[in-house]
Design a protein around this ligand. Structure first.
Ligand code: HEM
Length: 288
């Protein structure tokens, strides 16, 4: 919510942040202070836990433990703390959003699910869960992931214009906040025919990646501020998708008359969007 440009007027008029907090209309300052305290606690907690574990010799390799052991003394503790927190917060809700969309898509498109399960089963057999290194060998499942990112991109982008510019006749002053409508780019009819159809096959047959229309690159932003976690996120999301398909089948729930209840596929507003709560059944494919 803090990053939602329309949620707080101070996001549009930064000068308001200079006014004292006792003035009317300054409740955003109280809210900002509460969020800052939460964020600081998150940063402190992760750092303190890692530090304790290093001291007791029980730590596992992670960003903080690496910085404090292999690179001891090289970085300011505040930098380590807040960089690790930024990496965690950058990846948490975005990955949750895209994986929730995957469950929604599987509930809505059973044929896609069957096809992907066939591919996963053929590669892995029945007894081996997928690993990171299997990702390259699952072209249909990878296309399914591309289609989830295209149909349900988790995050719209805002960028600040670095210089005065003219775009299609509009003057854009340096410092203007620009909103890039990622959803609209990924639903452009002239690039993705029938953009509202969920069709992983399009990634295998239409040279979309060669035409710089790869949803994976568009959904992770552009230029200097593009997501630094993209490659990790791709592998994580694909591995979770393949593991889920290998172990479970996702179906709609059934009503009293035995008919499937098809979710409405509505999404929340905000900086990171999520499917609104929906019901589905997740059944193990093999006996437990
Ligand atoms: C489904 C997964 C993800 C999506 C869709 C996503 C998308 C994005 C987008 C659109 C941005 C803003 C780029 C811009 O302003 O141009 C961003 C920034 C960022 N992401 Fe991700 N991300 C994902 C996962 C991750 C993961 C797993 C990590 C960490 C391991 C991560 C770390 C970050 C960080 C640190 C930034 C801020 C970069 C900066 O401000 O310069 N993201 N992400």
């Amino acid at each position: 919510m803090a990053t939602d440009q329309s949620a707080f007027i101070v996001n549009r008029m930064p000068i308001l942040a200079m006014l004292p907090k006792f003035l009317p209309g300054m409740t955003f300052k109280k809210q900002a202070a509460a969020w800052r305290a939460q964020f600081t606690e998150l940063a402190e907690r992760g750092y303190t836990v890692a530090l304790k574990r290093i001291k007791s010799g029980t730590y596992k390799p992670c960003m903080i433990s690496k910085a404090l052991t292999e690179h001891a003394g090289e970085f300011d503790p505040e930098l380590i703390k807040y960089t690790a927190t930024q990496v965690y917060t950058g990846g948490a809700d975005t990955s949750l959003s895209v994986l929730s969309s995957f469950f929604l898509a599987m509930t809505l498109y059973p044929r896609v699910q069957e096809k992907a399960q066939l591919e996963v089963d053929q590669l892995l057999g029945v007894n081996r869960p997928p690993s990171f290194s299997d990702c390259e060998k699952l072209p249909y499942t990878r296309s399914l992931m591309r289609e989830v990112f295209r149909c349900f991109p988790p995050i719209p982008l805002s960028e600040v214009a670095g210089r005065d510019d003219i775009h299609e006749g509009y003057h854009v002053s340096k410092g203007t906040i620009l909103f890039i409508n990622i959803w609209a780019i990924l639903h452009d009819k002239s690039v993705y025919g029938d953009p509202d159809d969920f069709r992983p096959e399009r990634w295998l047959s239409e040279n979309l990646i060669d035409r710089e229309s790869d949803s994976m690159d568009i959904a992770f932003g552009f230029g200097r501020r593009a997501c630094p976690g993209q490659r990790l996120a791709e592998k994580l999301v694909l591995t979770v998708i393949a593991s889920t398909l290998s172990a479970f089948t996702i179906t709609p729930t059934i009503d009293h008359d035995g008919k499937p209840i098809i979710p409405s596929a509505e999404y929340t507003d905000g900086t990171i969007t999520f499917p609104r709560t929906f019901a589905c059944e997740i059944r193990p494919r093999k006996p437990l």
